[in-house]
Design a protein around this ligand. Structure first.
Ligand code: MG
Length: 482
């Protein structure tokens, strides 16, 4: 609850009343505790107050008190993993949870393990693509999906209120090592792709695992598929000696060079925890994530009419065009992979994802899956031809991304003014405000974690995209300052 003006000397009294020298105000809602989980778990710099063993243990106690059963745990390849995992496992055991320790695994491998083991949930120690000094703790729901906000809030309440279900000494949890999850995960992927077509095509690819957790999965998967490959940075190393673990163009320079040297059908680069994959075509062109999303969506829709594809409202128009070309349908959601995954589950979406390279295959599991994306792209290339040709078939758009500062308390008022200003235009308010023009669109979206607005635009020409983004950035600035 926000502090009311003039009550700065208030203190919380008994029975949920705020007491002041002269006024007593009934609290209209439960006091909101500080948020722990961000858009992708809890993240922080290792051994700062926000991500040290004490925190990991207490959060483990809170997660375990919520999950109440067997918990699968895994880590990416960071140097602080064992320290944080041990602390988190202690917390889980203290509240009576049995723990299955899966070691270093990609996040989707752990998610698959939770689902098939019918565990109460999972924990991944990972900071995904963040620099090496970071680490994080991410909770997985019992169905293997990224935990929804409601459940995260329940865990946060237990944490802040210290309501841990400490176990009797006879019921302390037990920990066992689990060495089978990678093989079972690879087996699961193999059951969802046309392995025969892939084997027959005699493909050769280049793989950059970024010294992350995918090092332990993707090469093995390729061997099982009979695909020849050359690896870069395929040994887990938390110092990230190859490059930082976000699969952006500046980190894909070596991969692009390798693919350009010739003889590869395509290249792939994973992020640190292996839930995202970015592709480089056989000519060495880095494909932005919305291109691979469009290519895979087009293929999946071509297999059966009227299939539903899900992405967020800030995604490129090229995805919708690729889907319509193949007789499919589109559903747009708010930004964020858990939202997309849940919309797919609810509405029967067969495939979805976002432009960052996180692709979700409903037939396998409802979460972003980097290795599954590699296997599916192998099938697509094996059956339909070169990646560069597939990419050229998809219409191209130019995008422009800007941001501008805005205090938290002003965000909603600014949005209302932008909406008023757009009266008479075609508007979509799924997430922020998207304004559609004949020659493109612009979306104005408040960040959920920072005091900023993000302004993205798209059009056929770079100059028009720039013009649209700049125009609305100025409008937002004027409203913030006015
Ligand atoms: Mg990731």
């Amino acid at each position: 609850m926000e502090m009311m003006p003039g009550t700065s000397k208030s203190r919380q009294g008994p029975q949920g009343f705020i007491c002041d020298s002269n006024i007593t105000v009934a609290m209209t809602q439960e006091k909101k505790a500080p948020r722990l989980f961000g858009t992708n778990g809890v993240r922080g710099i290792v051994n700062s107050d926000e991500m040290d063993p004490m925190f990991a243990m207490k959060l483990g106690m809170a997660i375990g008190s919520f999950m109440k059963g067997k918990v699968m745990i895994g880590t990416d390849a960071r140097t602080s993993n064992e320290m944080l995992k041990s602390a988190c496992v202690s917390g889980l055991m203290a509240v009576g949870c049995d723990v299955s320790d899966c070691g270093v695994v990609p996040t989707p491998t752990l998610q698959y393990a939770v689902k098939i083991a019918q565990a109460a949930g999972g924990v991944v120690i990972t900071a995904s693509h963040n620099p090496p000094e970071f680490n994080g703790i991410k909770a997985i729901d019992a169905d293997g999906t990224e935990m929804g906000r409601e459940n995260e809030e329940a865990i946060e309440r237990i944490y802040h209120e210290g309501r841990f279900t400490r176990a009797d000494w006879r019921r302390i949890g037990q920990v066992t090592q689990n060495l089978t999850v990678v093989d079972r995960y690879i087996g699961g992927i193999l059951s969802k792709v046309d392995g025969l077509a892939i084997r027959k095509a005699n493909l050769r690819i280049a793989v950059d695992c970024g010294n992350g957790a995918s090092s332990l999965v993707t090469p093995k998967l390729l061997e099982r598929l009979g695909v020849r490959y050359v690896t870069l940075n395929a040994d887990p190393n938390g110092a990230f000696p190859g490059h930082n673990s976000e699969p952006v163009p500046e980190n894909a320079v070596d991969l692009v060079e390798l693919v350009k040297s010739g003889g590869f059908d395509f290249g792939v680069i994973h992020d640190g925890d292996g839930d995202r994959t970015i592709f480089v075509d056989e000519t060495g062109r880095y494909l932005q994530g919305d291109r691979s999303l469009a290519i895979v969506a087009n293929y999946i829709c071509s297999l059966k009419p009227n299939r539903l594809i899900v992405t967020n409202v800030a995604s490129s128009q090229c995805i919708e065009e690729a889907v319509k070309m193949a007789g499919g349908r589109m559903l747009y959601t708010r930004v964020g992979s858990p939202t997309i995954a849940r919309a797919m589950m609810k509405e029967g979406g067969v495939f979805g994802g976002e432009e960052n390279g996180g692709l979700i295959f409903a037939e396998f599991q409802f979460c972003r899956d980097g290795a599954m994306a590699v296997a599916k792209m192998l099938e697509i290339v094996a059956k339909t031809g070169q990646l560069s040709k597939l990419n050229d078939r998809i219409p191209s758009y130019c995008q422009c991304k800007k941001k501008t500062g805005c205090p938290e308390g002003r965000k909603q008022a600014v949005l209302r003014e932008i909406e008023k200003d757009a009266k008479g235009l075609k508007v979509d308010t799924t997430d922020g405000i998207k304004i559609l023009f004949d020659e493109g669109w612009v979306i104005i979206r408040p960040s959920g974690t920072e005091p900023i607005f993000r302004i993205f635009s798209e059009s056929k020409t770079a100059s028009r995209a720039e013009e649209l983004a700049e125009k609305y950035k100025k409008k937002v600035e004027k409203l913030v300052n006015g």
